[in-house]
Design a protein around this ligand. Structure first.
Ligand code: HEC
Ligand code: HEC
Length: 450
């Protein structure tokens, strides 16, 4: 069972600028896809402590508030009237068609995957679980530009959400893994993520933990093995999906589900702003991605692509999957993007078009987390991205006015799942303030430089 902590104030859900420390927490535990306000099973004292420790709000008051919120939850059972469970966005048939035949889903398998996803013992020094970089209460991301692995090592890329990841044709920003199953075991072995040396070390470690021995036996009918670790994690990830958002009700004919600004934003998205040429809208799979790779120039401010490609050519040419995984996360070659995998020059600096469901909750943005708010992202596209020799032909200056930029951001806000309605409320305001503050700061710096 997965627990996520809902913070009533959008600011409190973030670690930015210490806002979490001062923010008022009216935490409520919510079971994803389940009913709001039920006390999660097996919520031990140590799990509460972990939540507090991971909450970026390491303040004694924080612990007290979490404990109070649990007490409130116990009293609030069963679900409050008027809070219907979130409506599924994807039909069981759709989910089935994206599930590989050799790894059919089941509740028990997803539960085992959830146990693995939450367990720090998967890392070499028991310090890091998948859910610490893909945190359920942060839309399955971390609100930091790039990720920190074991022994305090900082990686080169921003952790994407795992929500809806099952619908990507390839995994990672550069698509170097072909499936969720293949992806899931890579962070465990990456030296700057979970740091395990060999698959057999992980299997031995899990085989010494009775709850895992029992669960693997029950789900797969045999003792722990490496491939099944990936299969269980993937099965869990296939249960983490966006739910219905205001945009979906609008499309079904409820005009009022989106306000006037959001409706203008939708028209701009597919029209003047040309977002839909890459973030394609497919009514059968309405996720706003094309499963392709484009150079938008995000990384070109920091380096010369040609020189970087030349320097990295040898390691890329002989790199196997594990080597490429290390290049992508631990070296400057990371910025070469899809080129690391395809080795085609036209893929230099190209990254996967991310889906946009629940994107309001997953900042900062882009493969390197370099853009803090959705306003920064839209302004980035507005100026036609960043010039470089490999820039995608679809990237052109758009001439959007400030209010059109607002409309596009508001429209993206309408893609937020109803189950995140609490976070949704505070987050647009927080981002707008952060954006305006950033602009003011730039102006100040400019003045001083003159
Ligand atoms: C140190 C932080 C960290 C840990 C721990 C971690 N991840 Fe990630 N995860 C990332 C980053 C960063 C990326 C993007 C890397 C890239 O694209 O090169 C990523 C990418 C992914 C993706 C691809 C999503 C997409 O949109 O392509 C999935 C799925 C995923 N991780 C699942 C997991 C699972 C399962 C675990 C645990 C076994 C895990 N992660 C552990 C940081 C982490
Ligand atoms: C040429 C294709 C293309 C066009 C046009 C385009 N995007 Fe993107 N978008 C991308 C790619 C590729 C990325 C990832 C870039 C990177 O990280 O280097 C991205 C990233 C994003 C992100 C960040 C998501 C995240 O999880 O980090 C948002 C938000 C976004 N785009 C919205 C828009 C909007 C709004 C428009 C229209 C104004 C637009 N995009 C136009 C391809 C495109």
């Amino acid at each position: 069972m997965e627990i996520s902590l809902l913070a009533a104030s959008g600011a409190a859900a973030h670690g930015h600028g210490g806002a979490g420390v001062n923010g008022v927490w009216i935490g409520a535990f919510q079971l994803s896809f389940g009913h709001i306000l039920a006390l999660p099973e097996g919520l031990s004292g140590s799990k509460v402590y972990d939540l507090w420790r991971e909450s970026e709000m390491k303040h004694p008051l924080g612990l007290a508030l979490i404990l109070i919120s649990i007490a409130v939850c116990v009293h609030a059972q069963p679900p409050t009237p008027g809070a219907p469970p979130p409506v599924a966005l994807f039909s069981p048939a759709t989910i089935q068609s994206f599930t590989p035949a050799n790894n059919p889903g089941s509740d028990a398998k997803a539960k085992l995957g959830d146990m693995l996803f939450d367990d720090k013992r998967l890392s070499v020094d028991d310090s890091l679980a998948c859910n610490m970089c893909h945190s359920p209460r942060n839309g399955f991301t971390t609100h930091t530009p790039t990720s920190r692995g074991v022994r305090d090592q900082l990686g080169k890329r921003n952790a994407p959400s795992i929500l809806n990841a099952m619908f990507y044709k390839t995994m990672f920003w550069d698509g170097r893994a072909a499936s969720l199953e293949e992806q899931a075991t890579l962070p465990i072995l990456n030296p700057i993520e979970m740091g395990q040396k060999e698959p057999k070390d992980v299997v031995a470690k899990l085989s010494a933990i009775p709850e895992f021995v029992e669960a693997f036996q029950q789900v797969f009918g045999h003792p722990v093995n490496w491939e099944d670790v990936g299969k269980a994690l993937a099965a869990f990830e296939r249960t983490r999906l966006s739910t219905e958002a205001p945009f979906d009700r609008f499309l079904r004919g409820d005009e009022k589900a989106m306000n006037a600004s959001q409706r203008r934003g939708w028209a701009l998205f597919t029209g003047k702003a040309r977002c839909g040429s890459c973030h394609t809208y497919d009514p059968a799979l309405p996720l706003f991605g094309d499963n392709r790779f484009h150079n938008t120039g995000v990384g070109s401010r920091k380096q010369d692509f040609n020189q970087l490609a030349k320097r990295a050519a040898d390691s890329i040419a002989k790199g196997n999957k594990d080597e490429i995984d290390k290049l992508a996360l631990a070296t400057d070659a990371s910025e070469l993007g899809r080129f690391l995998v395809s080795k085609n020059r036209e893929d230099i600096g190209a990254f996967k078009t991310p889906f946009l469901r629940d994107v309001l909750l997953t900042g900062p943005y882009m493969h390197d987390g370099s853009l803090e708010t959705l306003w920064d992202v839209v302004e980035f596209f507005n100026k036609g991205g960043e010039k470089n020799p490999f820039l995608d032909a679809g990237m052109q200056p758009l001439g959007l006015t400030a209010s059109e930029v607002d409309d596009l951001v508001n429209f993206m806000g309408a893609l937020t799942s109803d189950r995140f309605s609490v976070e949704r409320a505070g987050e647009l305001d927080r981002q707008h303030t952060a954006y305006l503050y950033g602009l003011a700061l730039q102006r100040e710096n400019h003045k001083h430089a003159q």
